[in-house]
Design a protein around this ligand. Structure first.
Ligand code: SF4
Length: 287
């Protein structure tokens, strides 16, 4: 698996559970597939933390992971039952990282991915892990897949604070480089860009300069959005590492005119940084 390393995962317990359905309808692709509930990567800005309300109330996001150990069997049944062979696109994953550390042992994402590809689905993977390199044998040379690595900053210390158990940014870049070499269509998702932390022209230029030589197919950039439970989590992190960013972040999230002005300024900063970095890939600002 190259030189890429995962950060330490600590002693996070993983519970084995049974699921009733694997493929679910999605607004991102036709379907989404999540083989895990919860995510060990524990990003402080994670929008999926609302899942904890239903499955592990009172537990911190990043503190639990349920492995849906029957998801490959349930997926096989769904494919047969719904006559879904070859029908549409699947996003892996919408409310967890499909290649979080538990996947190394359980291989649920791998088994489902193999089944979907065999059935002719288009599959879009998004991760902050290098473990996807394990599955390059399934993905190499295919046109009906894409691999997107999320990279929010090249600052290893900052990434360690906001995405404490995800792979370091350099390992995600290396994964994209190796994927490109394996003829896998690759994308980068830069987001959410964090006010006062990763939204400066310098920070974005550094990141785009690293992406430029990789010749990724597309780059997506997103701002920080208000979602359930995100602000309390961000406040905790910001109080610890960057109290001066609390005010601008609050204004950007809760003040309508401040939010619009921030969006306009960020668009312009992103465009200038991409140009300065010589980023030739199509740039999609999804805000
Ligand atoms: S990797 Fe994605 S799903 Fe996992 S905690 Fe981070 S943002 Fe949430």
């Amino acid at each position: 698996m190259g030189q890429a390393k995962q950060r330490k995962t600590g002693r996070l317990g993983v519970r084995e559970v049974q699921c009733k359905s694997a493929l679910v309808d999605s607004g991102i692709c036709d379907y989404a597939l999540n083989c895990y509930t919860g995510c060990a990567h524990a990003c402080s800005y994670c929008y999926a933390r609302f899942m904890g309300r239903f499955h592990h109330p009172g537990e911190p996001w990043g503190g639990f992971v349920d492995a849906k150990v029957n998801s490959p069997e349930v997926l096989a049944r769904q494919l047969r039952g719904r006559g879904l062979s070859g029908g549409g696109s699947v996003f892996m994953s919408s409310v967890c990282d499909p290649y979080q550390p538990a996947e190394e042992k359980f291989q649920l994402t791998r088994r489902c991915l193999a089944m979907l590809l065999e059935a002719g689905f288009e599959v879009h993977l998004q991760t902050k892990s290098a473990l996807v390199q394990r599955d390059f044998d399934l993905l190499a040379g295919r046109k009906n897949v894409s691999l997107c690595e999320t990279i929010t900053t090249m600052d290893e210390d900052l990434a360690g604070e906001v995405e404490p158990r995800a792979a370091p940014p350099a390992a995600r870049l290396e994964t994209l480089r190796l994927a490109k070499r394996a003829r896998i269509p690759v994308k980068a998702f830069v987001g959410p860009v964090l006010p006062g932390l990763s939204d400066t022209a310098e920070s974005l230029k550094t990141l785009f300069s690293q992406l430029a030589p990789l010749k990724v197919n597309e780059v997506y950039v997103d701002r920080l959005n208000r979602r359930w439970g995100v602000w309390p989590s961000l406040q905790k992190m910001l109080r610890r590492i960057a109290p001066e960013a609390l005010g601008p972040t609050r204004a950007m999230l809760f003040d309508e005119s401040g939010s619009q002005a921030y969006g306009r300024a960020l668009r312009s900063t992103v465009q200038r940084a991409a140009k300065a970095a010589g980023l030739a890939a199509p740039l999609n600002m999804v805000f």
